[in-house]
Write a protein that binds this ligand. Structure first.
Ligand SMILES: Cc1cc2nc3c(=O)[nH]c(=O)nc-3n(C[C@H](O)[C@H](O)[C@H](O)COP(=O)(O)OP(=O)(O)OC[C@H]3O[C@@H](n4cnc5c(N)ncnc54)[C@H](O)[C@@H]3O)c2cc1C
Length: 489
């Protein structure tokens, strides 16, 4: 690691990418492969953003956001990263639900969900087929007036159990609710249903290590411990960025930082049209999360057939978004990491996640905050003992993260785990119309969040930046654009 994070930094780059989350890294990699000089400035000491991990004690490695993503990640990683990354993506075959309405195990794909909906929930096969088709056909341009709740009412009126099966995992996957536009559900649900839930063999540390290596191989100047402080403009076009007090010129800037943080803090409120600023200020951040990390003693293994890979558990009698966010926790998602996650390391880790409101944690006194974390840990240990009976005897380490933890490490306003609500997408897309050369590639609009959404959004924005830079120099359309290609969404 460099002593001075800015050592030998160049005075100018074609593009400065602010933030090394999955969207920022993918944009940087794609732009470098297209021949542009790229600086990637990440404020934290490691890359990854929310896609991160940490080490503790005697060899425990804990993944924070590696719970599952759709199969599309294989194709996107093959096209925009490399074969080694794509070939390490593996399916999680045992997804479980346990709540007062039903307990079941599934491979979480269309075929198995069709079987469950027909045989277990008694829905007519024709209705199930029509529902899947309606969800699959959804795209960004659909009527936003239809909510996910209305979509379910159309196909499964009065069936709270069916809604729970279909919705609970997606609420965990991207924070969407029954009140959000139906396409935020349909697109993400269909992505999962196409072939199930996938994970990365070797863990997040290996994935981000491989991405770091690929970025450097393609010529990206990767700098960690480098917070961007200001984006500089001259007559409504990007001129450069100040990083750690040093001004660096750039023809284009891609911000992977939180959308509202980019608009209001990095650029500042004085540089936008009044109408745009009003629209930006109205964008709602998505919710945050809490997590409890439980690392088991070396060789204290959990039997895979006992718990499965991913378990959506709830003690709430019915599915309600507000219950999923409440500090009186009734619903938790457990990820079970077995030795297969990191072959050669004979360890098991359990991560329990809940969605959470930032204010429920941010408004506490220091004392109450620490007490809240202790309660969170204790209540989680009690809850998980239903599935791993002698856990306390086998556990080596337990820690908790709150919305403040996510805010602290990623600088996401209010610790938002999944960027913004749907309206954030249009605001993110409109940045270059306001300021030439300024782009945003980070979790927004529910759809462009999660590992796959962030990677794909990074590619889409890289294509636009490439077109902008090429047109500026040659006055012509970019030739590399066609070779980059847009991702399948
Ligand atoms: C608890 C949890 C569990 C999750 N589980 C899953 C899951 O199982 N599957 C899934 O698909 N998704 C999951 N997600 C969501 C997923 O991890 C994120 O949507 C995705 O990683 C976000 O990528 P991003 O590109 O938007 O950038 P982010 O990860 O948000 O990264 C932004 C980066 O910008 C940096 N930054 C911010 N400000 C500055 C600045 N001024 N200067 C320099 N750098 C800056 C930050 O440090 C950070 O590295 C989970 C999220 C959370 C919180």
């Amino acid at each position: 690691m460099r002593q001075d994070p800015l050592e030998e930094i160049r005075p100018q780059y074609d593009v400065v990418v602010i933030g090394g989350g999955l969207g920022g890294m993918t944009a940087a990699n794609t732009l470098a492969r297209a021949g542009h000089s790229v600086l990637l400035a990440e404020q934290h000491s490691k890359l990854g953003g929310l896609a991160t991990w940490f080490r503790r004690g005697d060899g425990h490695i804990i993944d924070v956001a590696l719970h599952g993503f759709p199969v599309g990640m294989i194709k996107s990683c093959r096209r925009y990263w490399n074969a080694e990354i794509a070939d390490s993506i593996v399916q999680l075959k045992d997804i479980r639900f346990d709540n007062p309405m039903f307990s079941l195990s599934t491979t979480f794909d269309r075929q198995d969900f069709t079987r469950l909906l027909v045989e277990r929930f008694g829905i007519a096969p024709k209705v199930v087929g029509e529902f899947f088709e309606a969800a699959r056909k959804m795209n960004f341009y659909d009527d936003q007036a239809v909510t996910t709740g209305q979509l379910f009412d159309r196909f499964f009126p009065g069936r709270e159990d069916v809604v729970r099966l279909l919705m609970e995992p997606i609420t965990y996957a991207n924070g969407s609710t029954l009140e959000d536009p139906a396409q935020t559900y349909g697109i993400v649900f269909s992505n999962f249903m196409s072939k199930g839930v996938y994970s990365f063999q070797g863990g997040t540390d290996r994935l981000i290590g491989l991405m770091d290596r690929e970025l450097r191989k393609n010529g990206v100047d990767v700098r960690t411990r480098c917070p961007a402080e200001t984006v500089h403009l001259a007559r409504r076009r990007v001129e450069g960025v100040t990083v750690r007090g040093q001004r660096i010129r750039a023809r284009a800037v891609v911000s992977n930082a939180n959308l509202l943080g980019t608009i209001l803090n990095l650029v500042g409120p004085d540089h936008w049209d009044a109408g745009f600023l009003e629209r930006a200020r109205a964008v709602r951040l998505n919710n945050s999360s809490t997590q409890v990390y439980m690392a088991l003693k070396p060789d204290a293994l959990i039997d895979e057939s006992q718990c499965g890979d991913l378990l959506f558990s709830s003690t709430a009698p019915a599915f309600r978004t507000e219950l999923l966010l409440s500090r009186q926790i009734t619903s938790r998602t457990y990820s079970f990491y077995y030795p297969k996650t990191r072959p050669g390391l004979n360890r098991c880790v359990i991560v329990a996640s809940t969605n959470a409101h930032y204010r429920d944690w941010a408004d506490l006194s220091r004392e109450d905050y620490l007490a809240g974390k202790r309660d969170l840990i204790e209540n989680t240990l009690q809850a998980v003992e239903k599935y791993v009976p002698d856990l306390r005897r086998r556990i080596d380490l337990v820690e908790a993260a709150t919305p403040l933890t996510f805010e602290r490490y990623t600088k996401h306003l209010m610790g938002a785990s999944f960027g913004t609500k749907f309206e954030g997408l249009a605001v993110s897309r409109a940045l270059p119309e306001q300021i030439a050369g300024l782009y945003h590639a980070g979790s927004v609009g529910i759809i462009m969040s999660g590992w796959l959404g962030a990677v794909n959004y990074g590619v889409i924005i890289a294509n636009e930046v490439d077109a902008f830079l090429t047109k500026e120099v040659t006055g012509q359309r970019s030739e590399v654009r066609d070779s980059i290609g847009d991702p399948d969404l």
